[in-house]
Design a binder for this molecule. Sequence first.
Ligand SMILES: *[C@@H]1O[C@H](CO)[C@@H](O)[C@H](O)[C@H]1NC(C)=O
Length: 249
Amino acid sequence: MAIHRVWVYASAVLLTIICSIFADQTVDPKVGVLFLHVLDRGYYQEGFRSFQETYGIITNTPITFSTNLDDHPDRPRWLRFTQRTAYHDGMLYGTPTAEDIGQRIIEVTAYNRKTFETTSQNIIINVEQPMEFKFLYQVEFFVKNRDVEEVLPLEVQKHFMDRVERIWESSHFSIINITSALDRGGRVPLPIEGRKEGVYINVGSSTPFPSCLEEEARPDELCTDQLEPISCEDIFSPHFIINWCNITL
Ligand SMILES: *[C@@H]1O[C@H](CO)[C@@H](O)[C@H](O)[C@H]1NC(C)=O
């Protein structure tokens, strides 16, 4: 029995040595603010021996990931993972709450779907209390023409924020949550006409709501499923098609 244990331990150590060629990485998500960490396929594929042997040859390796707490089969409750296909980067994202403050270690394993090689890396997640102001005013937009993977990249988040800034006339705000409509009971669209799943984007600010948003969210607001909002100038369209009947403050 004891010998068996030693062997299990030794092979675990050996596996770790073979796989963990990447240094640990530390990230610092803030309570109440959307966190995003991209799992870059180009980065992880450098750990595959088959890639190293064919260095210089451009390859497009299909890669999938598993992401879990180091002592657990799951991720922390607040941390979600998405990867559209094995030819897209993976994205860890979500919004920690005050209960999540502290350090957790996420084990990322990248699988080469062609050669069955794996590489792995530990991501040390330090959830911190933000220093900044509190987001007392929060609004939820439903964006009909996007999938969650399309709005998570930071440059797209920034495009969205630029437009919110023009409505709000304040720069004291932040994206606090992004959720696929599928996670909120939405249905997978038919693969026709480029229909998208839709995504909810929550924005918080320390500055009171602009009057145009307040009017748009009033329950007695006459609302048909038209494209034009009634009160706000629609500076989101055509990039982001907002459902103006579904604004929640
Ligand atoms: C973010 O959205 C998800 C999905 O709707 C929800 O489960 C989670 O509680 C939200 N997080 C925060 C901090 O609002």
